[in-house]
Design a protein around this ligand. Structure first.
Ligand code: SAM
Length: 317
């Protein structure tokens, strides 16, 4: 028998059976907890939220709803999410606007186009982050009219602001609706009579180099709160590297840390989008592997897997 020819084979089988047993136990326990009265509030909130995206949830409500969903889906083998089908992931991002429960596309479009001018807290958050990006560009000596390429630009608020500040900006997104609406920003600028260098293009970030026709003279490629939506973030980094001139920078801006996979699971499920968190280690290791010799961390050193990443990686000169 082959068992006798392969030393340690029985150990392997015993280990495999033990692991399966532990996982099954954990799944049963998760299911029991999810269905228990302890989490009935979470269950109710998820039901309510899946009909209405805008239902008012406090911090605790979100916690209850998130814990319920994670336990329930873990018990069914759905959590942590696995993303295996690129076409499906792309279609979900493209159709995102029509998947938000209780909101129609006109409302979503209006919201996206008025970004970042939402409620006070959001305005403060986004403008602070925009200032952070401007200061980062200054610190790296990337000054107007430097050529910037944005990945996952949404309807292009950052691209518009940067172009207004004098940069030569190309904003890209996988979603045709984003690019169509970004056109309204272009018309707004034209109506003001401003001469700016700004354009938008549909492009999946995983193959950004091909989408840009092999152009490799960008001073910086940046991605703000969108890399975690990529179907394949490693391919995105590899492809971005090819778009940069020697000495150019890849800026990873406010991309979520590991905890995000848990915290945003409810939102990802509701909107049918791809939401994951990154570890600093995995980002760094891929950046180095692709060929960025210099990687700078711009967020707190003690990030405890919670604080978002701000990373600047420079291509060799
Ligand atoms: C959370 S939004 C952030 C948008 C923008 N950075 C902002 O601050 O408004 C994520 C964006 O990434 C885009 N996206 C998702 N997956 C993508 C992909 N694989 N390639 C390119 N864009 C993608 C979405 O269509 C959306 O525009």
């Amino acid at each position: 028998m082959i068992f006798w020819l392969a030393p340690g084979f029985e150990d392997g089988i015993i280990w495999h059976i033990t692991c399966n047993w532990v996982v099954n136990m954990m799944r049963t326990l998760s299911r029991a907890l999810a269905q228990s009265p302890l989490l009935s509030r979470g269950r109710r909130l998820v039901e309510q939220n899946s009909k209405n995206w805008d239902s008012a949830l406090s911090k605790y409500d979100k916690l209850f709803a998130g814990v319920y969903l994670i336990l329930e889906d873990y018990s069914r083998g759905l959590f942590p999410p696995r993303f295996e089908d690129q076409a499906k992931a792309y279609a979900a991002e493209v159709d995102y606007r029509s998947h938000i429960p209780g909101l129609n596309e006109t409302i979503v479009r209006r919201t996206e186009l008025s970004k970042p001018f939402w409620v006070g807290r959001a305005v403060e958050k986004y403008l602070t982050q925009f200032i952070h990006l401007m200061k980062l560009l200054e610190r790296l000596n990337i000054a107007p009219p430097a050529r910037l390429l944005e990945l996952g630009c949404g309807t292009g608020w950052m691209a518009e602001f940067l172009a207004t500040a004098g940069f030569d900006v190309t904003g890209t997104s996988i979603a045709p609706a984003d690019i169509e609406d970004a056109g309204a920003r272009l018309r707004g600028i034209a109506a003001k009579g401003l001469a700016v260098q700004l354009r938008f293009q549909i492009a999946p970030m995983e193959s950004i180099a091909e989408a840009m026709g092999g152009r490799n003279d960008y001073d910086a490629v940046f991605v703000f709160e969108a890399l975690h939506h990529a179907f394949n973030w490693r391919q995105t980094i590899t492809s971005s590297f090819k778009c940069l001139r020697p000495g150019g920078w890849l800026l990873i801006c406010n991309e979520p840390n590991l905890l995000h996979t848990f915290v945003s699971y409810r939102v990802a499920k509701l909107s049918n989008t791809h939401e994951i968190g990154f570890s600093r280690g995995e980002l760094t290791s891929h950046l180095r592997q692709v060929g960025f010799p210099s990687v700078k961390y711009l967020s707190a050193p003690l990030h405890f897997w919670i604080k978002p990443h701000w990373i600047a990686a420079q291509k060799s000169r």
